[in-house]
Write a protein that binds this ligand. Structure first.
Ligand SMILES: *Cc1c(COP(=O)(O)O)cnc(C)c1O
Length: 430
């Protein structure tokens, strides 16, 4: 599509956008009496207007029913998670029995590594992208130590080539093959939080399995952002948080995927708790753990109903939108428009002040563009914030901007680029 650098053009794209009205379903943060230009859904998604009432319904059930709420009322809590499973399964491309909703993301990553990081003999290493989200790095480091290994030996980190920012798929696959005898687990983000690179998860799963390793994905920045096909790709496990692109609120509940092929494998270790026990006999409270068949067998603790309600409000909007594929079409266009406008800003300045390190290929990214400023990055970022443009700053030098198809408009993107240009004029000493 041929874009134009004008507000009228941005508005015409909004007028033709089938999802434009979804913006009204969200609370938009305010800046000096106007809507802020919120481009930070990669960090914390906005609050759906329905969240309050969906949570209020569960507060009412608790108020009116007390403990009976587990079995009584319109939405008995014992079944409440089922409302979440079906939309989530569609979002990540899984069968419903492969999904459970529980805990927080890093906790789930640990629980899943208990089952799928099984060092044995010389196969004890974890291969992952360098510069993974810090929490994942710490989780991996502590897991390998827990098994008695030295992280500097047992964790293989893949770096981009000299002078490059993103990993080439061929290099990832070659490294998996080169280390085939030693890797127990291939663990990759779906999208790297820093660069915004969407990895070829299908190819990574295939290569990891060919090497004889388990393959797991952290989909924190991918779930609710790009279409995924976890079941078809054969990933062994995956986990994600729901407060980024899935708008469940700060610290919202996490989701897990465990591929069906593992559901009847009782040799897999797991750290059990009563909520993973077979539901039909869970409350007989007998000795000896018998897991529920499916991902729910990895649950540990009582369902946090208020957190689930918060996620439910957002998932209802995803359902209403139809499909993640449809949303992704808008996402691709929004992100491409942002990319076009940033290049226009560079042209206007006369040199490349803003270098986009996120892949230019639309198949290798989601809603996010990561930008490195030639100079004055933090001052530019602060200028944006003081003008109500909310992206985020990641040390050492990246500004992340994420236009989200559910609530961002083309005009948001247009305005953000306008302020980028203004920022350079204001804060960069020529
Ligand atoms: C956001 C994010 C986390 C955060 O984990 P929590 O346990 O929810 O705090 C972890 N890993 C990745 C890759 C993330 O993007």
């Amino acid at each position: 599509m041929n874009f134009e650098n004008s507000q009228a053009f941005a508005q015409s794209l909004d007028a033709n956008d089938q999802f434009h009205s979804f913006r009204d379903e969200f609370h938009i943060p305010q800046h000096e009496g106007n809507n802020a230009i919120y481009l930070c859904g990669n960090s914390l998604g906005l609050q759906p207007k329905s969240t309050e009432s969906v949570i209020a319904n569960q507060l009412a059930a608790w108020r009116n029913l007390g403990v009976e709420g587990w079995f009584e009322g319109n939405e008995p809590w014992l079944q409440y998670h089922k409302q979440l499973i079906s939309p989530l399964a569609k979002i990540v491309g899984a069968q419903e029995n492969e999904i459970a909703v529980m805990n927080s993301l890093t906790v789930n990553l640990h629980l899943l590594m208990v089952s799928f990081y099984k060092p044995a003999g010389k196969r004890y290493k974890i291969l992952m992208e360098a510069g993974a989200f810090p929490s994942d790095q710490y989780a991996v480091e502590s897991q390998v130590k827990f098994h008695g290994f030295d992280p500097s030996d047992a964790v293989i980190e893949l770096f981009p080539r000299e002078g490059e920012y993103i990993l080439r798929t061929d290099d990832i696959l070659a490294q998996i093959e080169a280390n085939a005898d030693e890797i127990a687990l291939v663990l990759f983000a779906g999208i790297n939080y820093y660069t915004g690179q969407l990895f070829d998860l299908k190819a990574i799963a295939e290569a990891g399995h060919k090497a004889g390793a388990y393959v797991g994905f952290d989909l924190a920045h991918a779930a609710g952002n790009v279409p995924l096909k976890l079941h078809e790709w054969g990933a062994d496990f995956a986990c994600w948080c729901s407060y980024k692109y899935m708008n469940s609120g700060p610290g919202g509940i996490s989701g897990i995927f465990v591929h069906e092929k593992h559901h009847n494998d009782d040799t897999l270790d797991r750290f059990a708790g009563w909520w993973g026990y077979r539901l039909d006999t869970r409350f007989k409270m007998t000795q000896g753990f018998q897991p529920e068949i499916g991902a729910e067998g990895w649950q540990v603790s009582t369902s946090p109903i208020l957190l689930m309600a918060s996620l439910n409000a957002s998932l209802q909007l995803f359902e209403k939108a139809g499909s993640i594929e449809a949303l992704n079409k808008k996402s691709i266009q929004l992100t491409a428009y942002l990319e076009y406008l940033i290049n226009e800003v560079n042209k206007e300045i006369g040199y490349e002040h803003f270098k986009i390190i996120t892949p230019a290929n639309q198949q290798e990214r989601g809603s996010q563009l990561s930008i490195i400023c030639k100079s004055d990055g933090k001052a530019i970022f602060d200028y944006l914030v003081s003008n109500g443009v909310i992206g985020d700053w990641r040390e050492p030098d990246v500004i992340r901007i994420s236009p989200v198809p559910l609530y961002n408009s083309f005009e948001d993107v247009y305005q953000a680029a306008k302020y980028l240009l203004e920022a350079v004029k204001q804060v960069v000493k020529q």
